[in-house]
Design a protein around this ligand. Structure first.
Ligand code: FES
Length: 104
């Protein structure tokens, strides 16, 4: 905890190809499992107010449920308009069966 990494769940709780929103101190983070690797980005679309966790995950791309912008969850890069700003990403660490996200 002291190094800025906070436990958000267990590895077995999020299957490959799935994603969910986690709340860390009021901050909404999207956690995605891409082929067994976990990635974390901001959950809010950079276009308008939409929760990406309610969108669609295909490979490493998440599609916004509102206007269809797509982002790469590994890099946060925006790949399709109308959003123009990249998503902020966060480091993810696995310790045993625990998933931790770094908010430093
Ligand atoms: S709110 Fe996400 S593309 Fe518009």
């Amino acid at each position: 905890m002291s190094d800025g990494f906070i436990k958000v769940g267990k590895v077995g709780e999020l299957q490959p190809g799935r994603m969910k929103r986690v709340n860390i101190n009021g901050q909404r983070i999207l956690l995605a499992n891409v082929d067994g690797n976990f990635y974390a980005t901001d959950d809010s679309c950079t276009h308008e107010e939409a929760s990406l966790s309610t969108g669609f995950l295909k490979g490493d791309l998440v599609k916004c449920p509102l206007h269809g912008s797509r982002f790469n969850v590994r890099t946060g890069e925006v790949l399709e308009e109308p959003a123009e700003e990249n998503l902020r990403t966060y480091p993810v660490r696995i310790e045993g069966n625990d998933i931790l996200i770094g908010l430093t």
